[in-house]
Design a protein around this ligand. Structure first.
Ligand code: SAM
Length: 287
C-alpha cells in the first residue's frame, strides 16, 4: 500500500466519494479523511448527508447538488474549483454517478481541466454481483428498469439473447410487476437473483429460476420490501448442453413407460436438473 500523494491536494480537485449503502462500517478511512478536509461537500440531499457527517463528527459545509439543479449549478462549482477550492461529491448512498447525480459536474470539471479523483467504495450492484453466483466475467449494469410495463418488456426483449449477466435496480413498489414482465419475455427457467437490503439487518440474496423466485417472494410479503438489485443470468444457447448423456438416456428409457412430464420430473430430481427445461427438451426431441 502506498500513501496517496494527491491528498491533501494543492491543485483544484473534485473528489468522488462513495458512502455506505446501509452499514456505516463500510465507509473507508480515506473517505472520512477527504470529507473532513475539503472546503465543501456537494451532496444529493444535505439533510441525509448531514446525518452521516454528524455520525462521524465531520463539520464540513455542504451544498445541495441533485438531479434538478445539477446542470445549473455545475458551472458555479467548477468556478469555485478553479479559484482553488477542493470539493467532495457524495450521493445519498453508494457511488455518486451510479444511478445518482454527478455526471454533468464531472464532465464539466474534466473539460475545464479540473482534477477529478475517484475514491473506491460501496456500490449496490457490485456488492450484489459479487455474491450472486452468476457469471461475473461479462456483465452489464442497466440502471433502473423503466417504470411502465411496455418499457420493461422492450428492455427484456432487448437483452433476451444477451449472454452476459444483466443487472438492474428496482424499487419495491414495482418489483412484482417487473418480475411478471420478465416472466412474459424471458420465461420461467431463466435464473434470476434478487439481492435486497444489502449490508443491512435483513440482507437477502436469493437466486433460482424466475418462476420459482416469483413463488418464493409471494410466500412472504417482507421479501417484496426494501432496496433491491435484480441480476439475470445471460442467455444460454441450449439447455440440453447441460444434460449429461446418462440423464438423456434415462429420460429416453422412462418415456417408454411414463408420461414425459413425469419422466422429466424423475430424471430432473435424480440428476439435479431443471424439470421444465428437461420436459421442453423431451418435447422437442422425444415426442
Ligand atoms: N449510487 C448507488 C450505488 O452505488 O449503488 C445507487 C443509487 S440508486 C438511486 C438507489 C438504488 O440502488 C436502490 O433503489 C436499489 O435498487 C439499489 N440499492 C441501494 N442500496 C441498496 C442496498 N443496500 N441493497 C440493495 N440494493 C440497493
Amino acid at each position: 500500500m502506498t500513501d496517496n500523494k494527491t491528498f491533501p491536494s494543492e491543485i483544484p480537485t473534485l473528489y468522488i466519494v462513495p458512502t455506505p449503502i446501509g452499514n456505516l462500517g463500510d465507509i473507508t478511512q480515506r473517505a472520512l479523511d477527504v470529507l473532513s478536509s475539503v472546503d465543501v461537500i456537494a451532496a444529493e440531499d444535505t439533510r441525509h448527508t448531514g446525518k452521516l457527517l454528524s455520525h462521524f463528527n465531520i463539520q464540513t459545509k455542504t451544498f445541495a447538488l441533485h438531479d434538478h439543479n445539477e446542470q445549473q449549478k455545475a458551472q458555479m462549482l467548477v468556478d469555485r474549483l478553479l479559484q482553488g477550492q477542493t470539493i467532495a461529491l457524495v450521493s445519498d448512498a453508494g457511488t455518486p454517478l451510479i444511478s445518482d447525480p454527478g455526471y454533468h459536474l464531472v464532465s464539466q470539471c474534466r473539460q475545464a481541466g479540473v482534477k477529478v479523483v475517484p475514491l473506491p467504495g460501496a456500490c449496490a450492484f457490485v456488492t450484489a454481483l459479487s455474491a450472486s453466483g452468476l457469471p461475473s466475467d461479462r456483465f452489464s449494469f442497466e440502471g433502473f428498469l423503466p417504470a411502465k410495463s411496455k418499457g420493461r418488456r422492450d428492455k427484456f426483449t432487448e437483452i433476451e439473447k444477451a449472454e452476459r449477466t444483466c443487472i438492474f435496480y428496482e424499487s419495491p413498489h414495482r418489483i412484482m410487476d417487473s418480475l411478471q414482465d420478465m416472466l412474459a419475455v424471458l420465461g420461467p427457467e431463466r435464473d434470476v437473483v434478487l439481492a435486497r437490503e444489502l449490508t443491512k439487518t435483513f440482507e437477502t440474496i436469493q437466486g433460482m429460476p424466475l418462476g420459482e423466485l416469483i413463488d418464493w417472494i409471494n410466500e412472504d410479503d417482507n421479501r417484496k420490501k426494501g432496496e433491491m438489485v435484480l441480476l439475470i443470468h445471460g442467455y444460454r444457447e441450449s439447455e440440453s448442453e447441460a444434460f449429461s448423456p446418462e440423464a438423456i438416456r434415462l429420460l429416453t428409457l422412462l418415456v417408454k413407460e411414463l408420461p414425459l412430464k413425469k419422466a422429466a420430473a424423475i430424471v430432473a430430481e435424480m440428476h439435479n436438473l431443471k424439470k421444465n427445461a428437461l420436459y421442453k427438451w423431451g418435447l422437442d426431441n422425444l415426442e
